[in-house]
Design a protein around this ligand. Sequence first.
Ligand code: BEZ
Ligand code: FE
Length: 276
Amino acid sequence: MRNLTQDNITQAVIARFADTPDPRLKEIVTSLVQHLHAFARDVKLTEAEWFQGIEFLTRVGHITDDKRQEFILLSDTLGLSMLTVAMNQEKPQGCTEATVFGPFFVENAPSFDLGDDVSNGAPGIPCLVRGAIRGINGEPVPGAEIQVWQADAQGKYDMQYESHEHKARGVLHADGKGHYHFRSILAEAYPIPDDGPVGDMLRATKRHPWRPAHLHFMITAPGYERLITHVFRNGDSYLDSDAVFGVRQSLIADWVQQPDGNYLVEYDFVLNPERA
Ligand code: BEZ
Ligand code: FE
């Protein structure tokens, strides 16, 4: 096929994928080509702008390594991560809602016993976190695995420091009644990393990089769907403008200051049964 024009190139490219054996892959590449071409037509993309886009994506790739995941930040700040969560994590009424995973989860976080302090010296005001894990019919989920991770008072996750020591993250298991409690530090609002191309995009579009204060949870138990979510701190001034669009009303809880100055937050999780 020669002498393709702006009017027939899209169909020509799609036809080139006609023999893709995997039907889902074929569906995805076909739709991707259609939408990419439609986007270029819609904004009448110039060659200089296209090259700027290539340079931007190149920078996103160059800054990404095992500690810094700029592609996740890009997906998150464009709302694509939350869109995929919303489309794929619809649950029956009463189940705890899911939200974005984010780039700061690590495998092999240290294990703790109930009641332990997971902060491991991370700076912050002490905070007790407790609650229960239940199923949709109110049944306790004994022994559920709870992974928790959070930023410190300086707005940083442990992996953003040079030392690479695990802090303010850990794995615990609910007790025989599905209850959990652990000590950590007060969750505070923090900016997502904005010293790279995603930060440049936010500045160029007059957007701020802040996330409202939250704790991350990943809860796993046999017979239930894995839940990846946050608990957000009520009263935070960024709840309505989260840089990554992750806030859901049902995930907001009160962090209550105690007479000794420390904080307490209580949150019960309700898991969705595993789909057949
Ligand atoms: C986080 O909450 O850890 C996070 C989520 C999305 C982008 C950056 C950080
Ligand atoms: Fe976070």
